[in-house]
Design a protein around this ligand. Structure first.
Ligand code: UDP
Length: 478
């Protein structure tokens, strides 16, 4: 996927690949495609910059890899910057991530000022990021708003389940977040601390055109997997329980193993299930290796458990495994959304998911999967058992699963909302987007009531000042 990226800047991704928007029509219908073309017309050549902390690994990178080229093919100058940092930077930002997800951890001033804030400064010392809309993803780059080298309508996009975020981390991040023009959350329930800026709700999405999300037939999928299955002695005629995610403490893979061990001996011969766990680690996640080792330890010598780290031909293998699996399991203790859940549902595989965060937005109990408590091993085991034993139920839930994703979580639907937001901030539309969460903020009301209409200089002078600033911005791109 990344072979098409411009090599001009080490930390900037500009896709050179063109995407044909019409190819999405079979998935979302002609009306949505026409709408996208229409709303993007006035956004042609306008800059939409994204900033996050990794090009690969995890859901944010996954989405941007598809969204940037698609927006560009609509004529929008969509760009993607990645901040760079040392191990100590990613170790402190991983602590932010964990704290936002409710695990309180000690952080030193040295970590905050040196590892975090100095790194943010270094990232933009020689690079200015300028956009008509700039979306800053997650806490890693959040403080970038304060260092004076990012310009435009800057929005913070939170992909994390912040329902029980530690007060300490909010107290640190809030002064930054409140400087943004707005913040986007996956669901309103994640906002526990009142923000003084506009907030919006946009669900993440998957790209149906990606190799990973191609809807393979079972025969095709088995063909794609033949060497992996043969080499590891996995029998596709026996039930397969699949889990895919980063190796991360919140993904709770150890509980999957515990639940699986409770039930597997109830079955004999060809009926005995196999558990396949596939995982990777993102470049911005320093805890992956340790978690991987812990999970291997938990599995022990069990011959029915297969654990893979960084599989070759990742996308094809994951899509194919999701196709042939009898059930998919994702029982995180915290989950911003869980794109893997969406992906598995899209492959028509019922998902056993935990009742947390974004997973509850995707699974309707007994309609497209099962909702369970993340540490209820016997409840999880019971759900796995029900699914692997009942083919008709699997088929029914699988059918519903595909339709649910088609209706709510495909890339063009997410892009549509983001473009509506861009139009709103550029004042192309003056209607508040329907997915706005909070009421008007004090700043907005005061602007509407007392917005300055008389400036202490002439309009020519004002125009000249603005032009000089914009010229400065443009020069900074090259
Ligand atoms: N993923 C992958 N290979 C792996 C593990 C995960 O390609 O070995 C992908 C997975 O298919 C999904 C993304 O990484 O697209 C993870 O996104 P999710 O939102 O589920 O979790 P996050 O890692 O962002 O917390």
């Amino acid at each position: 996927m990344f072979d098409d990226r411009s090599r001009k800047y080490k930390n900037q991704y500009v896709s050179l690949k063109s995407v044909d928007i019409e190819k999405y029509e079979p998935f979302v219908g002609k009306h949505m495609i026409d709408e996208l073309k229409w709303i993007s017309e006035p956004l042609r050549n306008k800059v939409w910059a994204n900033i996050n902390s990794t090009f690969v690994g995890g859901g944010v990178a996954e989405m941007l890899q598809s969204e940037v080229p698609l927006a560009r093919s609509l004529g929008i100058d969509c760009r993607w910057f990645v901040i760079e940092g040392s191990d100590s930077f990613f170790s402190v930002t991983k602590k932010f991530h964990n704290m936002l997800q409710g695990i309180d951890q000690p952080i030193t001033l040295q970590e905050i000022f040196h590892a975090y804030l100095d790194t943010i400064d270094e990232n933009t010392r020689n690079v200015r990021v300028v956009g008509h809309m700039v979306v800053v993803h997650d806490p890693q780059p959040a403080a970038i708003i304060m260092n004076g080298n990012v310009y435009g309508h800057i929005l913070w996009r939170c992909h994390i389940d912040t329902t029980n975020a530690s007060r300490r981390i909010w107290r640190f991040l809030l002064p930054y977040i409140n400087q943004y023009w707005g913040a986007i959350f996956t669901t309103e329930e994640f906002i526990r601390t009142p923000l003084q800026i506009p907030t919006y709700k946009i669900s993440p999405s998957i790209d149906p055109l990606r190799v990973k999300n191609k809807q393979y037939s079972r025969k095709e999928a088995l063909g794609n997997l033949s060497s992996l299955l043969d080499k590891n002695d996995i029998d596709p005629d026996r039930p397969i329980v699949l889990a895919v995610s980063r190796f991360d403490v919140h993904k709770n893979q150890k509980s999957i193993i515990k639940a699986f061990k409770l039930l597997k001996n109830e079955f004999k011969g060809k009926k005995r299930p196999q558990l396949v766990i596939v995982g990777n680690s993102a470049t911005d996640d320093p805890e992956g290796q340790k978690m991987y080792e812990d999970i291997i330890y938990e599995a022990g010598e069990d011959k029915d458990i297969y654990i893979f780290l960084n599989v070759k031909d990742n996308d094809r293998v994951i899509g194919s495994l999701m196709t042939i699996a009898d059930c998919f399991i994702h029982i995180s203790t915290k989950e911003g959304f869980g794109l893997v859940v969406t992906e598995a549902l899209w492959h028509g595989t019922p998902v056993i998911g935990s009742k947390v965060g974004g997973i509850t937005k995707q699974i309707i109990h007994k309609h497209n999967g099962f909702l369970v408590e993340p540490y209820d091993y016997s409840g999880i085991a019971k759900s796995i058992k029900e699914l692997i034993q009942d083919k008709d139920m699997r088929k029914e839930l699988g059918k519903n699963a595909i339709e649910y994703v088609r209706e709510h979580f495909l890339l063009p639907q997410m892009l549509y909302k983001e473009l509506i937001l861009m139009r709103y901030y550029l004042e192309i539309d003056n209607k508040i987007p329907p997915f706005r969460i909070n009421d008007l903020t004090y700043r907005e009301i005061s602007q509407a009531l007392y917005g300055r209409t008389v400036w202490p200089f002439s309009s020519d002078d004002l125009k000249k000042r603005i032009e000089t600033i914009i010229e400065g911005f443009e020069a900074s791109w090259d």
